[in-house]
Each structure stands twice: as structure tokens, then as C-alpha cells.
Design a protein around this ligand. Structure first.
Ligand SMILES: *[C@@H]1O[C@H](CO)[C@@H](O)[C@H](O)[C@H]1NC(C)=O
Ligand SMILES: *[C@@H]1O[C@H](CO)[C@@H](O)[C@H](O)[C@H]1NC(C)=O
Ligand SMILES: *[C@@H]1O[C@H](CO)[C@@H](O)[C@H](O)[C@H]1NC(C)=O
Ligand SMILES: *[C@@H]1O[C@H](CO)[C@@H](O)[C@H](O)[C@H]1NC(C)=O
Length: 466
């Protein structure tokens, strides 16, 4: 990858102007509306090599869309999952050494699986802008393969995981965009930056391309558009080990391999390793960034009115500050809020937070169709993204909360709620409720505000989280 990296750098500067031409042109967007192209296999140029654990570095058998016999010939395992490995731009016109290594690693992890290596070397060895534009054609080829597998073999797309490196990450995105139904997962490894930083979601990897899109960004130094790896988040989860500027000499390849084979549930370990390799055994700050992308949604709140409803709706505006020492951003997270009042309880009101970010404050609106009376306590639960089984194994993400500020829409009363035990309450993704009781504290008094600020800046929080 080293050589390639250097080449892309040189070329990205050289061709900086050319990129605009392909990334803004929509003519090449493959037509999704007509179904004709899906079944026209005659123009597929990419080859789909079903590699084996025994011979991970050679192409022995190709799956050919439209030719059912190739499925049997290649001993495709219908009952197992399929990894589709997609290489990036190449100077040599040959597979780079990480490809067979990744194939081996995937078979070690999932011995029964099918590891398909996409060969688009002919298109990938052109001038970078040409190869970059060709990602659309390659993505279309792969979409045809996948649509064919689904239609002809009844192969479930929940078993398909695309892994793309550099330009291959965008190829995976385009393939995911064009398949009739969504594939389960796409892992993007350093999606290419030049020509893609400012391109639209149809031309790049994006969260819409699979049920779950996770992305590792190790190479995002430099100004946007000039960096080798795309800088903006393009997945549901985007990880920037060490802030995206990976330390030189830290084995990018092995890092990429590790994330591809173990997934991001071992992210801590991964980041730790790369740090340890580079700094002896001094494991200092293991910071990393998880970002969930999607075009920014407005955080504006809307009052829900139910004029025609037989019930009155009670509104509570809640404001909460999420503390974390890890730089984390999550989008579209679901919280469950339970209200305990003097009259009644209202349990499990679902609230969708457009964004949860470390050390930032979020306001949201909770509506209840029952009059709970005077609020006494509130419970919050951070829900799991239930679509993805793999999340369950993921590291437990957690935010700390010191207080919950609540304003009742009907009475305009402002009340502060404090954790029932301890200075901070923790909410754990997929974890239990954190409970808060009404405090006697005067909300918003100057003295309290100042105390609050001092506490936040002081050592209390640090001590409790480190
Ligand atoms: C379908 O796509 C073609 C481009 O191939 C476009 O000309 C046509 O207007 C589209 N039709 C609809 C109904 O969107
Ligand atoms: C959030 O703030 C605390 C101190 O209030 C600090 O220790 C922590 O590092 C911050 N987290 C991030 C991600 O900046
Ligand atoms: C958190 O990560 C994002 C994405 O890399 C970055 O833009 C931001 O500056 C980081 N914030 C901190 C406090 O490190
Ligand atoms: C919190 O409030 C609940 C009822 O609202 C009460 O049962 C409990 O004792 C309170 N806990 C504390 C620590 O005040």
C-alpha cells in the first residue's frame, strides 16, 4: 500500500481539477429505475473469484452471473455467509499482498464462508481519475452479481458483507446502492478521498448502502480533497484511530487487516496495539472517534400537537449534557424515557435523538398521553441498534449524565433532576435504566450555574471516569 499511497498523493495534487468533472457528472449514474440492466450480464467486466482457504492467492474458479453451473463448480456454500473483497486503485495492475492475507484471515475466522475477490484490475490501473470514475461500473457489476444471487439462488442478502479498500470502498457503496435489496454490511477501509470528498452519496460510500456501514479512516491528513483517505464520515460508524492521522510506520496494513477480520468490536485492542507498537509499552491516551454519519439533520424540535385526539398530550422539554472522555458521536439514537409522577407513571416513551455527542448538550421533547401529575423521577435508557447483532458484542458505549433539566410544557415549571445514586449516572448503550430524582435545587440560579460549571471543569468528572 505504501507505493500506492505515494502515487495517489502525487496524482491527487496533479489532477485536483479533473476530479470535479466526474464527481459532478450524473450521466454515468447507472439507471436504477429500469430493470433491464440488472439482467444484462453481457457487459460485466469484473471477475468474481471464489478463493479457497487452501489457495488464497490464486484465482481458481469464477462465479459468473447468469451461469448457474459456476455456483456448483466453485463449491459455493449456500448456507454460509459471503465476504466480497474489493481492491482499490493499483499502480502495478496486480493484486496487492493484503488481498490473499485478508482472504486467509477471513477463512480463519469463518471457515465455512465464501470469500469472493473482485478482480477489476483492468479498470483499476488507469489514471486515478479514470479508475475513480469506473467505480460506478464496477459497483454495477457487483450489484448484478448480488441481484443474481438473490434472484436465482435465493441467497439471503443478510449473509453478504462487502469489504472495500480505497476506491474499492466506494465501489462497495455503489454496489450496495444498486442492489435490489440491501446487503447486510459494508466495511470501508480508508475510502479514497481524492474526487470523493465533496461528491454526492450516490457516488461514494454512504450509510444508505447497507444495513450497516462501518468505516476505518487511517489516512486523513491534509486538507479535504487532498487527503488520501476521505475525511468526512461516510458510514453508520466511522472510526478515526488516533484522529485519522495514523502514525507512520505503524503497519496500516495490519491494522486494516485486523479491523476487517475482527470487526470493530475489538477496536480498543486495535488502537491499543497500534499505539503500543509505536510508543513502546506506554499506552497513553487511547482516543478514537466513532462517528455516525448521515446528512446533518436539524436538531430543531417540533411540538407534537394532537388536536383531533381524544387525549391531551403533556409535553416535557428535557435538556441533558452527555459527558464522555471518548470522542464519540452517534446519530439517530433511540432513548426510552419513563416518567414517574404523583398521579401516574408513563413508561417507555421512545425519543429519537438526532445526535448524541461527547461533551455536548441535547434538548429533546418528551410527550405523554397521560397526566402523570407532578414529576418525581425520570428514568432514561439508551437503546441498542437492534438491527445489528454484531453490536451486541461491541464495546459498551457509555455517556455520563450529571443532571437532567426539565421544563413542563403545560405549567412552564422548570425542575432539575439528579442521579439517584452518585454524582453521575451512566447510560450504557443497550444497558439498564439510569434514574434521576427531582432535586430541590433551584433551576437556573446564578449560584448553581456557577457551581455547576466549576464542577464540570474540576476534577470530579475526571476522577469518576478514569
Ligand atoms: C429511468 O432512467 C432513465 C435513464 O436511464 C431516464 O431517462 C428515465 O426518465 C427514468 N424514468 C423514470 C420513470 O424515472
Ligand atoms: C469531556 O470533558 C471532560 C472534562 O469535563 C474531559 O476530561 C474529556 O476528555 C472530554 N472529552 C472529550 C472527548 O473531549
Ligand atoms: C472528534 O472527532 C472529530 C472527527 O474526527 C473531529 O472533527 C473533532 O475535532 C474531534 N474532537 C475532539 C475534541 O477531539
Ligand atoms: C427517588 O424517587 C423515588 C420515587 O420517585 C423514591 O422512591 C426514591 O426513594 C428516591 N430516591 C432517592 C435517593 O431520593
Amino acid at each position: 500500500m505504501g507505493k500506492e499511497t505515494i502515487w495517489i498523493l502525487i496524482i491527487s495534487i496533479y489532477f485536483a481539477k479533473t476530479f470535479a468533472t466526474f464527481s459532478t457528472s450524473t450521466e454515468e449514474t447507472p439507471y436504477k429505475n429500469s430493470t433491464d440492466w440488472i439482467e444484462d450480464y453481457s457487459d460485466i467486466e469484473s471477475k468474481f473469484s471464489l478463493r479457497t482457504a487452501d489457495v488464497p492467492d490464486d484465482d481458481l474458479c469464477y462465479l459468473v452471473p447468469g451461469q448457474l453451473r459456476t455456483v456448483a463448480e466453485c463449491k459455493f456454500n449456500m448456507d454460509s455467509q459471503t465476504f466480497v473483497v474489493i481492491h482499490g486503485w493499483t499502480v502495478t495492475g496486480m493484486f496487492e499482498s493484503w488481498v490473499p492475507k485478508l482472504v486467509t484471515a477471513l477463512y480463519e475466522r469463518e471457515p465455512q464462508s465464501n470469500v469472493v475477490v473482485v478482480d477489476w484490475l483492468a479498470r483499476a490501473q488507469q489514471h486515478y481519475p479514470t479508475s475513480a470514475a469506473d467505480t460506478k461500473l464496477v459497483g454495477r457489476d457487483i450489484a448484478k452479481l448480488i441481484n443474481w444471487m438473490e434472484a436465482e439462488l435465493n441467497y439471503p442478502l443478510e449473509r453478504i458483507h462487502l469489504l472495500g479498500y480505497s476506491l474499492g470502498a466506494h465501489v462497495a457503496g455503489i454496489a450496495g446502492l444498486l442492489t435490489k435489496n440491501k446487503v447486510h454490511r459494508i466495511t470501508g477501509l480508508d475510502p479514497a478521498g481524492p474526487g470523493f470528498e465533496h461528491a454526492d452519496a450516490q457516488s461514494t460510500l454512504s450509510p444508505d448502502d447497507a444495513d450497516f456501514v462501518d468505516v476505518l479512516h487511517t489516512n486523513t491528513r491534509g486538507t479535504p480533497g487532498r487527503s488520501i483517505g476521505i475525511q468526512r464520515p461516510v458510514g453508520h460508524v466511522d472510526i478515526y484511530p488516533n484522529g485519522g492521522g495514523f502514525q507512520p510506520g505503524c503497519g496500516l496494513q495490519s491494522t486494516v487487516m485486523m479491523i476487517a477480520t475482527t470487526g470493530i468490536q475489538n477496536l480498543d485492542q486495535l488502537v491499543k496495539c497500534s499505539h503500543e507498537r509505536c510508543r513502546g509499552n506506554r499506552c497513553t491516551n487511547l482516543g478514537y472517534n466513532v462517528q455516525r454519519m448521515r446528512p446533518r439533520r436539524s436538531v430543531t424540535m417540533y411540538l407534537r400537537t394532537r388536536e383531533a385526539s381524544p387525549y391531551k398530550v403533556f409535553h416535557y422539554q428535557m435538556k441533558v449534557h452527555f459527558f464522555s472522555k471518548d470522542n464519540m458521536t452517534f446519530r439517530d439514537q433511540s432513548l426510552k424515557v419513563s416518567l414517574h409522577g404523583t398521579l401516574e407513571d408513563k413508561k417507555d416513551i421512545t425519543v429519537l435523538l438526532p445526535m448524541m455527542q461527547a461533551n455536548s448538550t441535547v434538548s429533546f421533547l418528551v410527550t405523554s398521553d397521560v397526566d402523570v401529575g407532578e414529576l418525581r423521577s425520570i428514568a432514561l435508557q439508551w437503546e441498542q441498534d437492534n438491527v445489528f447483532k454484531f453490536w451486541e458484542r461491541l464495546r459498551r458505549y457509555r455517556f455520563s449524565i450529571r443532571r437532567l433539566r426539565v421544563k413542563a410544557g403545560e405549567t412552564q415549571a422548570r425542575v432539575v433532576f439528579l442521579p439517584t445514586d452518585g454524582e453521575f449516572a451512566s447510560i450504557l448503550k443497550g444497558g439498564h435504566y439510569a434514574t434521576f430524582n427531582k432535586s430541590t435545587e433551584e433551576p437556573g440560579s446564578h449560584k448553581q450555574e456557577r457551581l455547576h460549571r466549576m464542577k464540570m471543569q474540576g476534577s470530579l468528572f475526571k476522577r469518576s471516569t478514569e
